[in-house]
Design a protein around this ligand. Structure first.
Ligand code: AMP
Ligand code: MG
Length: 394
């Protein structure tokens, strides 16, 4: 069986970056920029006032502190006039400076007496003026390709006049739950049935990442229906199934995936939970068959699905592994590498407390107390209090 590291690296080498697409600027949030954004003009595009006040010629203030106000400039006006010796113009924040003027005195430092403006506190030369091109000059790279687009980057691009940008495309994903016992929340539930936790977990995980998905519903453990639904799922860049990948008599997913022409990359990883995870590909799409237990689905989402989506979108597929100290002893049966639900608190350093009374991969309720997984290596059966451990926040 593959180790976690082997499985992770097989996923990352199999999954390819998706092609570029042009999107409306705001829709690029969370994507990686595929081409440089350059300034098409100087920013600011003109010398502008940073304050509400009066635009004046600095040198006039060396021999007078009263100026004649010859007009008013509102932000956005295209009106142009000249400020001559002994004159000033009322100016609002964001307006272009009138010719002749080089300095703005803020309104709070002046006194108006009719047309006359008395300067109470002399500004420094060019005070309260943003010079043309001082932030960025025409042709400067505003954002280089491969930049991850957050609100700040989107805003910068907007300020440079971009309405559309090229990014690496977001994958489209399909989600499929399998199992005769699985019932959608809201439906009647008979004895022996359980509600479907996995589909909502996957759908909301994807929504949080702004990844579009198609929900293909629940499929009974039946080859024919499974086959046609999987074929539908394979039209997406990524198809995620839950349930039916283990060794039970009705765990049909691996067999049916193979019938659908999916090439198996691996089936089984030496991890806990998540041992039966299946990973395969067909043409341009990749498929994960996840074990049905919700904690396994959650762990697999953090460990495999998120990095897969990142890689598809051109981002570095990294797991954010941190180090911290155990707040208590931890014991277990050694075996597979384990991702144990834990609570991490930062108090000068990360302090890790494994969840008490965790009942295994079906126990989603235990995860309410947790905010990450502590990583326990294969051979470890005991970790003393204060031991240094690795963990992943989710
Ligand atoms: P399986 O991987 O199909 O053997 O399922 C393992 C366990 O996960 C079983 O107890 C299933 O009932 C449960 N399970 C499977 N699918 C889901 C689901 N969509 N939501 C909640 N539990 C599930
Ligand atoms: Mg099942």
């Amino acid at each position: 069986m593959l180790s976690f590291e082997e499985a992770f690296s097989k996923i990352i080498t199999t999954v390819k970056r998706l092609p570029l697409e042009e999107v409306a600027l705001v829709d690029g949030l969370g994507c990686l920029l595929a081409s440089d954004i350059k300034a098409g003009f100087d920013i600011p595009p003109f010398d502008k006032s940073a304050m509400d006040g009066y635009a004046l010629r600095f040198k006039d203030l060396s021999f007078q502190n009263e100026l004649l106000c010859i007009g008013e400039l509102q932000a956005g006006t295209s009106q142009r006039f000249v400020v001559n010796k002994g004159e000033c113009a009322a100016i609002m924040t964001g307006s272009a400076l009138p010719s002749g003027a080089d300095t703005v005195v803020m309104k709070e430092d002046t006194e108006k007496q009719g047309e006359k403006i008395r300067i109470l506190k002399s500004p420094r030369i060019r005070e309260n003026v943003c010079l043309k091109g001082e932030d960025l000059q025409k042709g400067d790279v505003v954002l280089p390709r491969e930049t991850l687009l957050g609100p700040l980057e989107i805003s910068l691009a907007a300020g440079s006049g971009c309405s559309h940008i090229k990014v690496y495309r977001r994958p489209n994903v399909s989600i499929l739950a399998t199992g005769d016992e699985i019932t959608e929340p809201g439906e009647d539930i008979g004895f022996g049935k359980i509600f479907n936790s996995n589909s909502c977990l996957l759908m909301s995980g994807l929504s949080k990442m702004k990844i579009p998905y198609t929900y293909l519903g629940i499929v009974r453990d039946d080859e024919d229906t499974l086959r046609s639904r999987i074929e539908e799922g394979l039209r997406s860049d990524l198809c995620i199934l839950s349930g039916g990948v283990s060794v039970g008599d009705y765990d049909l997913v691996p067999k049916v995936l193979s019938m659908c022409g999916v090439e198996k990359i691996f089936h089984g990883i030496s991890i806990k939970p998540g041992k039966p995870v299946f990973f395969g590909r067909k043409n341009g799409s990749v498929v994960f068959g996840l074990p049905g237990n919700p904690v396994s689905v959650f762990v697999s989402f953090c460990l495999f699905i998120r990095p897969t989506l990142d890689k598809m979108m051109g981002k570095k597929p990294i797991l954010n592994i941190k180090r911290g100290r155990l707040t208590c002893d931890y014991n277990r049966k050694p075996g597979r590498k384990q991702f144990f639900p834990s609570k991490a608190i930062f108090d000068e350093r990360w302090l890790i407390t494994p969840i008490k009374d965790y009942h295994g991969p079906g126990d989603l309720a235990s995860l309410r107390e947790a905010n990450g997984f502590m990583i326990v290596e294969e051979k470890i059966s005991h970790l003393p209090k204060d031991a240094e451990v690795e963990f992943i926040l989710w």
